[in-house]
Design a protein around this ligand. Sequence first.
Ligand SMILES: NC(=O)c1ccc[n+]([C@@H]2O[C@H](COP(=O)([O-])OP(=O)(O)OC[C@H]3O[C@@H](n4cnc5c(N)ncnc54)[C@H](OP(=O)(O)O)[C@@H]3O)[C@@H](O)[C@H]2O)c1
Length: 332
Amino acid sequence: MKAMICESYGSPDVVQPRELPRPEPGRGEVLVKVMAAGITTGDWRLRASAFPGGLWLPGRLMTGLFRPRKPVLGGDFSGVVEAVGEGVTRFRPGERVFGFSMFGAHAEYLTMSAEGSIAPIPGGLTFQEAASLPFGTNCAIEFLRDVAAVQPGQKVLIVGASGGVGGYAVQIAKWLGAHVTGVASGDNLDYLRDLGADAVVDYRVTDIATLSERFDLIFDTVGAISFSTAKGLLAERGLFLPLNFGIGDVPRALLSGFGGGKRMKLHVNGDSRALAETVADLVLAGDLRPLIDRVYPFDNIRDGYAHVEGRHRRGAVVLDIAGEEDSAAFAV
Ligand SMILES: NC(=O)c1ccc[n+]([C@@H]2O[C@H](COP(=O)([O-])OP(=O)(O)OC[C@H]3O[C@@H](n4cnc5c(N)ncnc54)[C@H](OP(=O)(O)O)[C@@H]3O)[C@@H](O)[C@H]2O)c1
């Protein structure tokens, strides 16, 4: 099978096409013929070893000290179940599925646990639409619903609201009943209103620190504001959730909130079968729609990476792996 592999850390140029043996599903695993995959900021950080704020060493210990331990990147995927391993009853060959595999999706086939982050593609989503969902939605659901426990009527400020996580965070915060203020720039403000944001702020025009409104939650997907700036914008007992943080933020987060103060929490989200099924349910209920910025042919993966690293994508960047007609209507 054809795969895109990274044998060293570096720029998009380290990504090379390679013929690899097709994997076989082991016990409890599914073999998926990948039709589309995402290119995310997560893939970029793994490929370039671009871990923020002093986290380089822990990052390298996780992914391989001198070279990537798992050379085929790609977490977001959609495709068709090709075969199932012994003991798998949850899926049958031919089923259309989507999910998050962490590694291995930038290839024509991948294997993963049948009990992992994989679910049937909801409704009439195309493969490309389905592949646009997992990274941003897993993150938004886990941070907003599980970590922040956002309640109806709470005021939520989302910084980087038009990005790969942000566009889904706006939708998830609205689903949870929040009043959402989205921060982005230029034409993206109309995009945020279309996603359901109640108010918008152009960070190129208005310094976020000068906003007069007070928020119960600030979800910063960019690393644009510090905890001290966030404190000035938070209501009493308000919570600051930065997606990007460094080692120096650990003591600040641990000490925050003592004596009833404003809080900062650090978290790294995971993925699961339950999250994939929640995403599918939200799409079917009409509470969540896929957001695709651009689609790149498999062979143009490096251009896709360059676009993601520009940090101005509007929703997800998708890799068309199967190169087949993918025109099933989005009928939800
Ligand atoms: N902790 C975790 O578990 C976790 C999970 C997932 C992701 N992450 C990290 O979270 C980050 C966000 O990921 P993402 O995929 O959403 O990123 P992304 O798609 O690159 O985000 C782009 C967004 O950032 C905005 N933006 C760019 N420059 C800005 C600036 N100077 N000030 C304010 N906004 C700005 C863009 O708005 P305009 O285009 O309008 O400028 C757009 O809304 C990544 O660094 C990723 O590594 C962490």
